[in-house]
Write a protein that binds this ligand. Structure first.
Ligand SMILES: Nc1ncnc2c1ncn2[C@@H]1O[C@H](COP(=O)(O)OP(=O)(O)OP(=O)(O)O)[C@@H](O)[C@H]1O
Ligand SMILES: [Mg+2]
Length: 284
């Protein structure tokens, strides 16, 4: 399996271990069981895609890894170190785990270069000069070398989103957490984003935890696609994507690719029907 080979092949960091995690929102009141006894092992340097019906608990899991909210039972480890568990229900937020959300979060009043350089400076990790040098270098690698002096409102949504991922990567995190980052994009921009993300991944080999509703995206990018059950969230099925990298858009028409999409689709569809029957908000 690709993910396991990766963890053996090097001393990379960023292995996530989700063990029997349960999350209940508002246990004294409305009592929403969002995640129930969910376990998942993600190897260091793996691109792990998370799919599942709307409202099943995917973001809840991501937020727990990021340290945005607590878990109720279970444990989450990063490289064997406890992030959260019984003794500490809320993981400490840290530069080792960075999040890119669906809605852009660049400062509109700063240039792309200053947006990327901002974090390491305020965290005291780099001098302003160092941070700007590194930001310029990374923006150039991401094909944004000539737009670093532009403001987010002056570039395309795809460029802004690429800059946002560069910003997330400037501190060399162990884990990149992405919550439907390309959801609102047209197909062409999306495919450019996919290539850009894979290039950045090839350079950094950061562990990626990527939530999406787009099954083609999940197979194209992922080492594994984890299909979650309808709420409460648990691992239903894991589809291993044994397609070699580098991958390019020609893969999309191959039979191997289509078969994997079908496999994931069958599992997601089954859960989406259950969600619909249970009166959840919408299908996957
Ligand atoms: N703060 C909260 N308080 C109470 N319930 C919540 C809270 N946040 C989320 N929920 C509920 O927990 C469940 C899981 O939500 P979550 O956002 O994790 O789902 P999701 O899989 O990310 O959905 P989507 O695909 O629509 O983004 C949903 O039923 C949601 O309404
Ligand atoms: Mg979500």
């Amino acid at each position: 399996m690709a993910a396991v080979e990766k963890s053996i092949e090097s001393d990379r960091k960023g292995a996530i271990s989700i063990r029997n995690v349960t999350k209940i929102y508002d246990p004294e009141g409305v009592n929403v069981l969002a995640v129930d006894d969910c376990s998942l092992e993600i190897a260091a340097g793996e691109v792990c895609m998370i799919v599942g019906p709307s409202g099943c608990g995917k973001t809840t899991l991501l937020n727990a890894i990021a340290g945005f909210h607590s878990i109720t039972f279970g444990e989450i480890y990063l490289d064997g170190e406890l992030l959260c568990g019984r003794a500490r229900p809320l993981a400490q937020q840290g530069a080792d785990r960075v999040v890119v959300f669906q809605n852009g979060a660049l400062f509109p009043w700063k240039t792309l270069l200053d947006n990327v350089a901002y974090g390491p400076v305020v965290q005291g990790r780099m001098s302003r000069h160092e941070a700007r040098d590194k930001a310029a270098h990374m923006l150039a690698e991401a094909g944004l070398g000539n737009v670093g002096s532009k403001f987010p409102g002056e570039v395309s949504s795809g460029m802004a989103r690429r800059a946002e991922i560069v910003r997330a990567l400037i501190n060399d995190p162990k884990v990149l957490l992405l919550d439907e980052p390309f959801r609102a994009m047209d197909a062409l921009t999306k495919s450019i984003m996919h290539e850009a993300l894979l290039e950045m991944y090839d350079r950094t080999k950061v562990t990626i935890f990527f939530i999406t509703h787009d099954l083609e995206e999940s197979i194209f990018l992922g080492d594994r696609v984890v299909v979650m059950t309808t709420r409460p969230c648990r691992t239903k099925k894991i589809v291993s994507v044994a397609i070699p990298r580098p991958r390019d858009y020609r893969l999309l028409s191959s039979e191997a690719f289509r078969l994997l999409v079908d496999e994931a689709n069958e599992a997601v569809h089954e859960e989406a029907i259950k969600a619909f029957a249970a009166g959840e908000r919408e299908l996957a």
